[in-house]
Design a protein around this ligand. Structure first.
Ligand code: HEC
Ligand code: HEC
Length: 271
């Protein structure tokens, strides 16, 4: 559970949710911590609201998908292999621009995927994040987790009158730079370790791990320095976004890339 804005989440729900997970705001960083505001609506795109969730079984599926998305190790515990939630990388519940948002993604599938070497479905793509970013095991395509996640992503993407085209797909485009991991180590110590820990383990679930056994594996997209740098440049440090230069983002990504993490299981090469 993150302490920043999530579509449709009221403070009450957030508090209840933290209660369910048994989490308190005890970490010292949180005393001085100012959560970022909701993504600006200047683009005209309106975030879906919880009130738009339909009643009955279809609505339950969407809510279940939202829970899995926000707290994957707890709500998809049989398949998540680490302590990362989808929402740790797809920010604000999958709607924040330039954090690989999932708004409008269903209509892009099926698409050719160079990593898989063939055309993949949305379910295949979710599976990739399960076996790589979540360092987990594949989920059943017709099982409850997959159906719930697809329902949630489709709900985020539902076209509605007055809801304009979403802008900010993927990650920001940075020039290709050469990272300097030694400079990155200094940046990490000054600007990242306060939340993610000097050992990279974070403080789950408020602050996700960046390396070590509870992080993504070496087959994940985020394990590529340019992708991690692009994520970091736009989205981190979470309390002061937009302050790092592209070079600094590369440097710190280069440093993180030198640290140990789980190995991708080649049995899942197809995902
Ligand atoms: C460690 C970070 C991380 C985690 C955790 C993660 N993802 Fe991703 N995901 C990414 C990145 C980075 C991309 C874009 C990948 C690329 O360009 O290779 C992506 C792409 C995707 C896409 C395709 C989006 C597009 O624009 O084509 C989907 C769908 C997706 N993720 C779903 C999920 C779901 C569902 C979960 C949780 C079960 C999850 N991800 C967990 C990092 C993550
Ligand atoms: C104020 C606390 C805070 C600081 C400082 C901070 N982060 Fe984060 N970071 C978070 C949180 C919380 C998330 C999960 C996404 C979200 O909720 O915004 C996150 C997510 C991430 C992720 C993707 C998820 C993962 O675990 O792989 C990366 C990579 C990352 N941070 C790198 C950095 C780097 C590099 C710095 C320093 C330049 C930094 N962060 C500074 C709080 C912080």
């Amino acid at each position: 559970m993150k302490v920043h804005w999530i579509p449709g989440a009221s403070l009450g729900i957030a508090a209840l949710y933290l209660g369910v997970l048994g989490i308190g705001f005890s970490h010292p960083n949180l005393r001085t911590y100012a959560p970022p505001t909701a993504p600006p609506n200047t683009l005209g795109w309106k975030a879906p609201s919880s009130e738009d969730i339909p009643a009955g079984a279809p609505g339950e599926l969407i809510r279940s998908g939202r829970r899995i998305f926000r707290a994957t190790p707890w709500f998809a515990s049989d398949h998540a292999g680490n302590k990362l939630s989808c929402g740790d990388c797809h920010l604000a519940g999958g709607i924040a621009p330039y954090s690989s948002p999932l708004v409008g993604v269903p209509e892009l599938f099926p698409m050719y995927n160079s990593r898989a070497g063939h055309v993949i479905s949305l379910e295949d793509r979710i599976q990739e994040c399960f076996t790589r970013s979540e360092n987990g095991t594949p989920i059943d395509y017709n099982g409850p987790e997959m159906r719930a996640l697809v329902a949630y992503i489709e709900w985020l993407s539902k076209p509605e009158p007055g809801r304009k085209k979403f802008a900010g797909r993927g990650l920001v485009k940075l020039p290709g730079l050469t990272p300097d991991p030694r400079r990155g180590a200094l940046i990490y110590g000054e600007q990242c370790a306060g939340c993610h820990g000097t050992n990279g383990a974070g403080l789950v679930p408020q602050f996700p791990p960046l390396w070590g056994p509870d992080s993504f594996n070496d087959g994940a997209g985020t394990n590529q320095i340019p992708k991690m740098a692009a994520f970091i440049e736009h989205n981190m440090p979470q309390n002061r976004t937009g302050t790092l230069t592209a070079q600094q983002a590369y440097d710190v990504a280069g440093y993180i890339h030198q640290q140990p993490r789980p190995a991708f299981n080649p049995a899942y090469e197809n995902y």
